[in-house]
Design a protein around this ligand. Sequence first.
Ligand SMILES: Cc1cc2nc3c(=O)[nH]c(=O)nc-3n(C[C@H](O)[C@H](O)[C@H](O)COP(=O)(O)O)c2cc1C
Length: 212
Amino acid sequence: MQESKIIHDLKWRYAVKKFDASKKVSKEDLNIFLESLRLTASSFGLQPWKFVVVENPDIRSKLLEHSYNQAQVVDASHLIVLCRNTKIDATLVNDYIDDIIQKTGADTSSLEGYKNMMLGFISNLDENNAKAWAEKQVYIALWNALSSLAQLKIDSCPMEWFSPEKYDEILWLTELWLASVVILPIWYRSGDDTYASNDKFRYDSEKMILKI
Ligand SMILES: Cc1cc2nc3c(=O)[nH]c(=O)nc-3n(C[C@H](O)[C@H](O)[C@H](O)COP(=O)(O)O)c2cc1C
């Protein structure tokens, strides 16, 4: 039986450590990728995130030492920093509702119930829960990114091993009420990256999928 395209793409992707420095992701592909990120689903649709595209080489070299010197940060075509909103309060809900009204012309009163439900949810979160909730949403975007990139045949390496505090400072994220969660350098694999030929280690489906 022929392997489905989804499975083929997911087996093709891996966390690339060594990029081909002669290739850059085209503007067209980058835009498709960013649009797929923008379309990520989130709890209530609140989208408590921003995605920062870092191209500037000077800024990226400053980030290198705060990324345990993982060369992907400077070598990649683009460095995407996935950030959570740090202000998880009524403004998050109000902005979202205002955007819906502006785009659809919906009546304010028709959204009142939905708005109150979201305000109730947000008001029950303490600082730690709000952070954890926003981070979870960002990780949905991370997987959407990896899967979209695999379909576009663009490589990447998701990275948590960096100093979020330093990133927030260097990229002025704190002032923007943002905090970095996970970073994603994107580019194309080098022909001699030994990781490319490694087997993908995943537990067998009998172990991971429980059918009741
Ligand atoms: C959230 C997350 C954080 C990761 N952080 C790093 C990292 O800091 N450095 C790195 O080289 N790889 C990192 N990885 C890559 C994983 O090691 C890799 O995805 C995993 O071993 C599975 O292999 P595969 O992606 O090649 O299939 C990270 C992956 C994820 C999903």
